[in-house]
Ligand binder design. Sequence first.
Ligand SMILES: [Zn+2]
Length: 280
Amino acid sequence: MNDETPVLDNHMHLDPDAARGMDAVDDFVHLGGTHLLVVNKPSWHLGVESTDPEDFRSVFETTLDIVADATERLPGRAWPILGVHPGLISRLIDDRGCSPDEAADLMQRVLEIAAEYVESGDALALKSGRPHYEVDDAVWGASNDVMKHAFELGADLDCAVQLHTEASEDLTEVADWAEARGLDPLHVVKHYASGRLAGPTPSVMCKKEWLETAAEHEAPFLMETDYVDDPDRLGAVMGPKTVPRRVRWLREEGYDEAIETAHVETPKRVYGIDTRRTLG
Ligand SMILES: [Zn+2]
């Protein structure tokens, strides 16, 4: 791997208590990885089962600690992305007796706490979205309200918003909601995207055919693994070595411009981060 090339995984989770812990970061670095965007794990994975928004601060504090540890090991650095997993709405309604509106209100207040960390400079961006599974109209509407609130916060703070949504190659309606609130759709990132997406910026999962599509499309895109998202979905996420491996593969296939797009230009345009200047 060329030492001058930044290699960014745009969506990874790390867990200090998991079996591998920081070894995942070492694996990433060993294969040529340089920068990470670390998204907080879903709150219930970290033992927060509360309906008090203040109790969610521990999820964010844990993530900031992980990011500091990861940065020590990276030739570049890591940044935290903080927010609320959209699946929380079902847990609040089904397990904790909330109405859809009460659940949405709680999730919006947790997003406001995440926004405090962005405002102070401790976090880079926000995370929101809506369920990727079937829900009834009331839950769908409440979830969209949460996401729209995230866009308002992102516009106020001038920060990006990563989304977890249903699989789609057309999220122009969602992009319009962001734009109507003053947030450039370029600064809205769909995590777990396939190779092409109308509306927000796609963060492409590292399947070769999806990367090839993105590389040939010549639009802004990012690359990710979603490493350690959900223990129930282990087969759906990729290992920490995958992004650097796929960068090497893209280089072999002659996609040098796409590498520059995904690891330098798009991170700069979407998040305002300079992966080249923060390297070494
Ligand atoms: Zn994830």
